[in-house]
Design a binder for this molecule. Structure first.
Ligand code: SAM
Length: 313
């Protein structure tokens, strides 16, 4: 974990109170802490740093690293690496989604957060527009892969062909991507380990419908966003599922209870100040959709219409 993060991190278990974490370094190389810990002065939780990865998920308590994500299997890692980097692999069916989302962001000074960063593509895209970007995800295998790309700038990946047959392929990060401006941490999008009113650019792509209490994620993004001079890129296919969240907690896709009708409209209304849920209010600058693609194996691709909202305040 790059040392510059130590000034930004707070204890996610103590929220809504904010306590700065105290670092202990056991092993470091230059500005990178490879082994160590971050301790909360209030609740005394110890968050481990292992192999350069900081575990800021409130579930990873007392230095014990707990793998809690369902996004941990090898096939899923392969699918997401393809989804994020197929254009760099010169794959025939590569998606242009991340470049399209990136064009929606303005250059902005300050720190950016890519929530649910997976294997890191959009975090790298954001680094071209911001001073520093943190990708945060609760999948250890995704964050490990993203960090490997950040440190080695090169990766060999196994793409599934059919059944257990795979094909190895190698790619390099473009020289223009400055990996000194990027870090990836394990953490929870529902309890972000960042101070309030500090983040200039925020992204939440294709995650809200994967969370057990989606509104809490929007509230967390709103809490850490600067009250002025902030931009927020949100995008999602709104694939609500009772396996992930109780229907009462969906932000759309239902006819009764809170948040009836379409999720995109409900989120726009909230950003614009409805019920004062996400204050201070945001202006909607653009909305539309991007076709996002996931590859399972050589004969199976999913094309997903991800509806975006670009807001600023
Ligand atoms: C559908 S993927 C989208 C990934 C990426 N944003 C993109 O658009 O390519 C959802 C991501 O959210 C992450 N995720 C799910 N629940 C999370 C949580 N509570 N906190 C942080 N990340 C979470 C998953 O590990 C996964 O990387």
């Amino acid at each position: 974990m790059k040392k510059v993060l130590t000034d930004m991190l707070i204890c996610p278990a103590c929220l809504p109170d904010e306590y700065k974490l105290k670092e202990e370094v056991v092993k470091e190389i230059g500005e990178d802490i490879l082994t160590g810990s971050l301790t909360c002065p209030q609740c005394k939780n110890i968050y481990a740093i292992q192999d350069g990865i900081a575990f800021l998920d409130p579930a990873s308590k007392q230095g014990k690293v707990k793998s809690i994500s369902r996004y941990e299997s090898r096939p899923l890692l392969s699918s997401y690496l393809w989804s994020h980097y197929a254009d760099l692999l010169h794959e025939e069916n590569a998606s242009t989604a991340y470049r399209e989302w990136s064009k929606l962001l303005q250059s902005n000074s300050g720190v950016a957060v890519d929530a649910g960063s997976a294997v890191g593509r959009f975090t790298f895209e954001m680094s071209q527009k911001n001073d520093f970007v943190i990708g945060i995800d609760n999948s250890l295998s995704f964050i490990r892969a993203a960090r490997e790309l950040m440190t080695k700038r090169r990766m060999t990946i196994s793409l599934y062909q059919e059944g257990n047959l795979t094909r190895e392929t190698v790619f390099n990060l473009p020289e223009t991507w400055n990996t000194n401006k990027v870090e990836f941490i394990v953490g929870d999008a529902l309890a972000l380990p960042f101070k309030s009113d500090t983040i200039s650019s925020l992204a939440s792509l294709n995650m809200i419908d994967k969370l057990p209490v989606p509104i809490n994620h929007l509230k967390e993004m709103n809490r850490i966003a600067k009250e002025k001079n902030a931009q927020f890129l949100f995008s999602d296919p709104f694939s609500w599922s009772a396996e992930v969240a109780d229907e009462k907690d969906w932000l759309g896709g239902k006819t009764s209870g809170l948040y009836t009708g379409r999720g995109k409209k409900n989120i726009i209304d909230m950003l614009q100040g409805k019920n004062n849920e996400l204050p201070p209010e945001w202006r909607i600058e653009k909305q539309g959709h991007v076709w996002w693609k996931i590859r399972t194996h050589s004969n199976h691709f999913e094309q997903i219409k991800s509806c975006y909202i670009k807001a600023e305040r």
